[in-house]
Design a protein around this ligand. Structure first.
Ligand code: GLA
Ligand code: ZN
Length: 682
């Protein structure tokens, strides 16, 4: 594993001096203000290509040299970005092939940013050239900390280069047209291919896409994005083999009042080719549709998922010190919220709080986006002050840098299942909500301060006490075998409706559910009943009734023991929850979607039996989140009040306040949004 050599938590972020080269007084002030804000790291060059190379082959680095020097002088570090996220006008004009083509086949003009063709040979060459220049010039600079490759890779291209790549990809995977026709079930609607030339990208827009093709297309988009990335880092690996590379991942869902990992790219595959995972975290704090602690829960989920990609500390590459500009309504963080949200990043394993952006621009599309330094250009500004206070606190927390988190509970998430579930017709389309369902399960543990790793089925889950894998719709044979081994060796596994429904081509199994799954869960799924919004059934569990929603799977138990049944409809009295002992372990199949009240009674005895509860405060409560990191010798606990009210918690043992060095005992009081970081010697 390649890592960077700095012992501090990184504080700083996206810095765009290229917008201010005509204002030397601003540049000078920037560094003075950075010192005051306890900034130790800047990320530069992300959108600097037209300044770095204003004409083809003509380079200007002096301004960037100055940034390196200024940072070095103050013992600060530079994260250097490659500029491929936004290319110069001359490049788009001279080589139109670099511009992206949309799904309707329309070639874009230069546009704004994030809109290149990732296959274009010229673009790949030009990107390598500028990256080589940067690596040669700054590769040995002592201030250089790591590489930030491009920016927020996403999207797809439908140009002829990409179409040809796609055809090669399909050929390579399937070898024969018969195999493609089989895998994608192409006799349906008379789609069968009779020649390779017919293999073109999915089109047009709309719901009717060949399911197998669409799934493979998404795999291809991930592959081609990674391939572009690998092309970018060739000169970088050659010239700076010891420096780590990262690229900033994203989240999405804001338009649906959700906050979930990016769905379009399989980040578990991307994580394999980068050294450090980083992401851009923009939770919708203070939104009108949920209490603050639920926003915190969703944000925690994504932190945990991205940390789990490598099971290593990660970086928050971007976050806003106040508000964003791309919502319909862009709400500022209230006083205290910035520090709380930053500490939450650390609590879940981040070694940084970096911002978009250091300084607000005067014009163009992000002029109203929050920044450390606002248009008032003043350190008296509330946001600046809060950032500075936070930076100062970070200085006292350096001990946690690099410390991992430990979890005994794993939730399995699979990008491919998500793609396939979202594509498929049938059942309730708006209610699939795979990731949101995982978050609902995660919520139970988060509210009880129990750490969770979120893994893909390809990661090793054999050592976890509990593996929660609802809606794992698309399942490879290997995964079934590993789940079976896991249970046999003593694990507890949770499956559900949709689990193991299709194979890797999104095709159902003829006849019965795969034998391995039958053996694990001790049942045979029969039907999947869809409920309308507002329609419910009830399940009877340990003498009490719980409401179901969206989906009620109808199953026939075999070796499994029925521990809950439906109380209504044509499947009344049939199993809703089946428990199956296999080897040393137990698998549960929850056939219906329920509310949290049921998950609570279902999971509570498990966490007690497995002794998963936290041990530092008397009664946990949802609004004060406790997360910990450990280096083996010490545990570091973050106690975070995600509410507008004062809260109290009773410590079960004396712990040291890491920032004040005072020993705390008994009742602790938390002001709204307050965070305490406590330390325990092991
Ligand atoms: C993304 C981008 C940044 C900036 C921010 C605004 O994360 O990477 O360049 O546009 O969004 O929130
Ligand atoms: Zn293309």
């Amino acid at each position: 594993m390649k890592t960077y050599n700095d012992t501090r938590l990184l504080h700083g972020g996206d810095y765009n001096p290229e917008q201010w080269l005509a204002h030397p007084e601003i540049l000078k002030k920037d560094f003075e203000l950075m010192d005051k804000a306890h900034v130790n790291t800047v990320t530069v060059g992300i959108f600097s290509w037209s300044t770095l190379e204003p004409e083809e082959g003509v380079y200007h680095f002096e301004w960037l040299d100055k940034v390196f020097e200024a940072m070095h002088k103050r013992n600060g570090r530079v994260i250097l970005a490659t500029p491929s996220g936004g290319r110069p006008q001359w490049l788009s004009e001279k080589y139109p092939e670099v511009n992206r083509t949309n799904i309707l086949g329309q070639k874009h003009h230069h546009g704004f940013r994030h809109n290149h063709c990732y296959t274009s040979p010229i673009y790949r060459k030009k990107v390598q050239q500028i990256n080589r220049q940067l690596a040669e010039r700054y590769g040995n600079h002592p201030a250089l900390l790591m590489w930030h490759i491009s920016n927020e890779y996403s999207g797809e291209c439908y140009c002829d280069f990409c179409a040809e790549k796609w055809r090669d990809w399909v050929k390579d995977k399937y070898q024969t047209l018969d195999a493609v026709n089989d895998a994608w079930w192409m006799t349906f609607w008379s789609n069968s291919y009779s020649s390779w030339s017919q293999v073109v990208p999915p089109s047009p827009l709309g719901e009717h896409k060949v399911h197998g093709m669409d799934l493979d297309w998404k795999r291809f988009v991930t592959d081609q994005t990674i391939d572009f990335f690998l092309n970018e880092i060739e000169p970088i690996r050659e010239i700076t083999p010891n420096l780590p590379v990262t690229t900033n991942f994203m989240a999405e869902g804001h338009d649906q009042q959700d906050f979930i990992p990016l769905e379009g790219l399989d980040y578990s595959r991307f994580a394999e080719v980068i050294d450090i995972v980083s992401w851009d975290s923009y939770p919708d704090w203070h939104n009108p549709y949920e209490p603050l602690h639920l926003t915190a829960m969703k944000s925690a989920y994504i932190h945990d998922q991205y940390r789990s990609l490598k099971k290593q500390p990660f970086l928050v590459m971007e976050s806003t010190p106040s508000y964003v500009n791309w919502h319909a309504y862009n709400k500022a963080k209230k006083p205290g919220m910035h520090i709380l949200s930053g500490m939450q990043q650390l609590a879940h394993g981040s070694d940084s709080t970096l911002y978009f952006q250091w300084r607000q621009s005067l014009g163009n599309s992000e002029k109203f986006h929050g920044a450390v330094v606002g248009h008032d250009n003043s350190e008296k500004n509330r946001v600046f002050q809060e950032v500075a206070t936070y930076g100062k606190r970070l200085d006292t927390l350096a001990a946690i840098k690099g410390t991992p988190k430990e979890a005994k509970v794993a939730i399995l998430f699979d990008w491919e299942s998500n793609w396939a579930l979202k594509r498929g017709g049938g059942f309730g389309r708006p209610t699939r909500r795979y990731i949101q369902t995982l978050q609902e399960n995660y919520r139970f543990f988060w509210e009880r301060d129990i750490a969770v790793d979120i893994l893909t089925p390809n990661q090793d889950f054999s050592d976890y006490a509990l593996v929660i894998a609802p809606m794992l719709y698309l399942m490879q044979e290997d995964t079934m075998k590993e789940l079976s081994e896991y249970v046999k060796k003593g694990g507890i596994l949770i499956g559900s409706y949709f689990t193991g429904m299709v194979n890797e081509n999104d095709q159902l199994h003829l006849g019965e559910w795969p034998q391995t799954l039958q053996t694990i869960f001790g049942l045979l799924p029969q039907e999947l009943e869809t409920l309308y919004p507002g329609e419910h059934n009830q399940i009877l569990y340990q003498g009490k009734s719980y409401q179901t929603k969206d989906y009620c799977g109808i199953v026939q138990e075999t070796t499994g023991k029925v521990i809950a049944t439906y109380s209504q409809d044509f499947y009344v009295n049939t199993p809703a929850l089946v428990e199956n002992r296999l080897g040393q372990g137990t698998a549960y199949y929850l056939a219906a979607r329920t509310d949290l009240d049921f998950l609570e009674v279902f999971y509570q005895p498990m966490i007690e039996k497995l002794a998963l509860q936290q041990e530092i405060v008397k009664d946990t409560q949802p609004k004060v989140s406790i997360q910990s990191r450990t280096d083996g010798q010490h545990n570091y606990y973050f106690l975070m009040n995600f509410s507008e009210e004062r809260q109290q918690l009773e410590l079960l043992q004396p712990l040291l306040d890491l920032e004040t060095n005072q020993t705390l005992t008994g009742l602790l009081t938390f002001a709204p949004y307050e965070v305490k970081i406590l330390k325990k010697e092991n």
